[in-house]
Design a protein around this ligand. Sequence first.
Ligand SMILES: Nc1ncnc2c1ncn2[C@@H]1O[C@H](COP(=O)(O)OP(=O)(O)OP(=O)(O)O)[C@@H](O)[C@H]1O
Length: 497
Amino acid sequence: MKILLTFIGDNDRYPNEKPGAILSILHQREFHKIYLLYNHERYLKPAADISQYCEIHFPKLKVVCKQALAENPTDYNTIYPAMYKAVKEILKKERRAKHTVSHTVSLTSGTPAMHACWIFLCQGGVIDAELIQVSRESQISQVTFELDDFPKIQNVNEMKVEMTKLARENEALRNQLQLTHDNIIGECPDILNVKEQIRIFADTDIPIFIRGQSGTGKELVAEAIHYNSPRKEKRLIKVNCGAIPHELFESEFFGHKKGAFTGAVSDKPGKFRLADGGTVFLDEIADLPQTMQVKLLRVLEDGIFVPVGGVNEEKVNVRIISATNKDIREKVRHGEFREDLFYRLIHAEIKLPRLRDRGNDRLLIARHILEQLNRKYGKKKSLGKSATALILKYRWPGNIRQMKSTLETAYVFPGNKIMAENMNLIEIEQVSDGIMIPDEGVDLNHEILPKYYEAALKKTGGNAEQAAKLLGLKPHTFRARLKKLRSKDIYLTRYME
Ligand SMILES: Nc1ncnc2c1ncn2[C@@H]1O[C@H](COP(=O)(O)OP(=O)(O)OP(=O)(O)O)[C@@H](O)[C@H]1O
């Protein structure tokens, strides 16, 4: 069955002396059915005229009038979806009739925007149709485009497919993450408390501060809060404050305008703009330089910032989650972290326990990691007895991240059981209870002890007497040792009384 699809306009009838485009086509080519698409009821009259004409001149031709668009016939935004819908309906109807169909689309009738949309529909593969046009002299010609002439349309189509795929994957990931309490493996009281806090805080907009050693799952918790919050449809932007060079902080956070500095070749949005409506996760917040602390305070207070090189203030609505493994309170005490910012950031605090303090959760997490590896490699490995014992005994200074990498390495050894001897921890544990001695040895007096002196001085704000007490030394011994170290040019001078 040969079907012609065309819009109908005022000039498509048989006006005075000459047939219009549609009748010209019907006179020259044979069709079994014609769909007359229109966008306004006023075209029903010309459609009826054509229908009447066809009854007489082409009695076997079936004429179908179909409204394809109710609104503005020159607005691409409404035309394309309306035509897409109409074409899909026609295809469905013809498919149901179960006859072999060939479609021809006339580009000549209708508005230029409609012509363009026909091309999109045909070249984009929505409908497999021959495109034709009618000249003023009533000549019909086929419109053929080589694919090479259409790189953009091909790309748009591919991009659409790709974007739909990505959107689906994104959706799936989001759904996965929405169950993200369950991604936080653990049942010990501290972790149950963390999960309860996530549940309560997720619904609110209050700034959350997450504290815990490296590798304890701070980022995981930040994700859980965001993806369980009303902001989950918007972005979670993660910023590692410890990894940004000082001179780039402002631009990273607030973006820059073209020409703001050498290398600023175009406007660039900062993390806060990207996260508008969503959440910014500021990891390693204790490393935020003081100049940025003031600017962050302003964003936290009223959502306002000025991009680098810009003159106008911009406003965003973001929720802040921050985290650090450092002692931020000590930084506040030493004037290294602004107290006002500290209170602005820390409305609610989630503390993550060390892995070694999580009791049996250590095994639950290890098994969970193994399950992931089993899925990835299509195997069925489990923990051997020796590995189970070691997991419970070891101190895990690198927490869950260390457990993951340890098990990943142990996994590659042959056998269906993970064995302690393949876990690369035994020696450290047996020899030194978690302290690593490098193969070349270590100079205790010059490499280790000065670090303790420095830490003690730092903790006590440079008070040698209190620092000595912390280290179990008499103050004069402590001072003497400091003096000695200083004479050997070993740091600590900053703290000398
Ligand atoms: N309770 C948990 N259950 C399962 N996996 C976990 C858990 N906690 C952390 N992990 C995993 O351990 C790894 C480290 O976690 P994450 O990056 O969140 O730690 P972090 O505290 O942010 O580390 P850092 O301070 O170094 O940035 C990640 O792969 C994370 O998925």
